[in-house]
Ligand binder design. Structure first.
Ligand code: RIB
Ligand code: CA
Length: 312
């Protein structure tokens, strides 16, 4: 069976890096392009980080596209306090490379048309995807599956009281994707992440699984591990690897098909992703929200990535 083509859209930070390595290490998929945007850290840092991740894996042939430097309408804070100023844990991991001249939004369209039925995985804000949908309203005809890391249907926020970071950075982009995209995305949420921490003993085991774990992932995550331990967290949360696991193996998640809407207001609810499983809104379901993850399957897929050689 030939490998499924995959496009990854990322604001490469630490957990994005691990998710990208999972895709590169899985023979069932072929990463055909990576698009970048502002989010965890600024766009130049994200661009450099994606080059570094690909060079660490030895995947220098995969094209990287420069995307949105700002959200559509309202600027938002970054997450450098979690991911480090450079976005890869300030561990000195640096191996950048050249990018394509085509903008990321056009890159998503071109790759989707070149690889019809491809899988699109978004690991950051949805600005690039919203722009791509504005340029090509029929994009959904070319994309097989869309998996989004984002949202908090129970309003368990991680950047505000009610909102998850990726959605909060660009709620307007999310609203466009949900209302006009016809993508019927699978959304792996912040609450899925909170419900399924990677407990410390299992986290240490996956870091020690091989060269990439020991020489790339561990130094990249050291500051974040210390941050989590000083707050008595039960383990590492790692949101993007959970979304990537669902993209690689849909049996990692149980999902519910619901209508979802995002709050684009300016109050405490900005970026909140409200769902309507009962159907009060009488609007058709537009999202498959993950309700449960099989953390054993997720950890097995992460371990495939930490076991490979590191070429830095
Ligand atoms: O809320 C978690 C998400 O925000 C992850 O994608 C993380 O990388 C940050 O982008
Ligand atoms: Ca991310």
């Amino acid at each position: 069976m030939s490998a499924r083509p995959m496009i990854i859209d990322t604001d490469a930070g630490v957990d994005d890096a691990l998710a990208i390595l999972m895709a590169l290490a899985d023979p069932s998929v072929e990463v055909v392009g990576i698009t970048t945007l502002n989010g965890n850290v600024s766009l130049p840092n994200v661009e450099r980080n994606v080059g570094t991740i690909l060079n660490a894996f030895g995947a220098g042939h995969i094209p990287i596209y420069r995307g949105a430097a700002r959200p559509l309408l309202v600027d938002a804070p970054d997450a450098a306090d979690i991911h480090g100023a450079d976005g890869l844990g300030d561990a000195g991991l640096r191996a950048p490379r050249d990018l394509e001249s085509t903008h990321a939004a056009l890159g998503i369209i071109e790759l989707a048309k070149r690889y019809p039925g491809c899988t699109l995985v978004t690991l950051g804000p949805l600005t690039n995807l919203a722009i791509a949908l504005s340029l090509e309203p029929n994009l959904a005809q070319y994309i097989g599956k869309t998996i989004i890391m984002g949202g908090a249907p129970k309003a368990t926020g991680n950047i505000t009281a009610t909102a998850e970071f990726n959605i909060y950075v660009d709620p307007e982009a999310t609203a466009l994707v949900l209302s006009r995209g016809n993508l019927q995305p699978t959304m792996v949420t912040w609450e899925n992440t909170l419900d399924h921490p990677i407990l410390w003993d299992r986290w240490e085991a996956l870091l020690d699984a091989g060269d990439m774990g020991k020489r790339f992932v561990r130094p990249m995550c050291t500051n974040l591990m210390n941050w989590a331990k000083t707050r008595n967290r039960p383990g590492m949360l790692m949101a993007d690897p959970k979304a990537m696991a669902v993209a690689l193996d849909p049996s990692c998640a149980t999902v519910a098909h619901v209508y979802m809407e995002v709050d684009c207001g300016t109050g405490i609810g900005r970026g909140m992703t409200a769902v309507d499983p009962i159907g009060f809104s009488k609007k058709p379901a537009n999202t498959y929200v993950a309700t449960h993850l099989d953390i054993d399957k997720v950890i097995a897929l992460i371990t495939k990535a930490t076991a490979v050689a590191c070429h830095l």
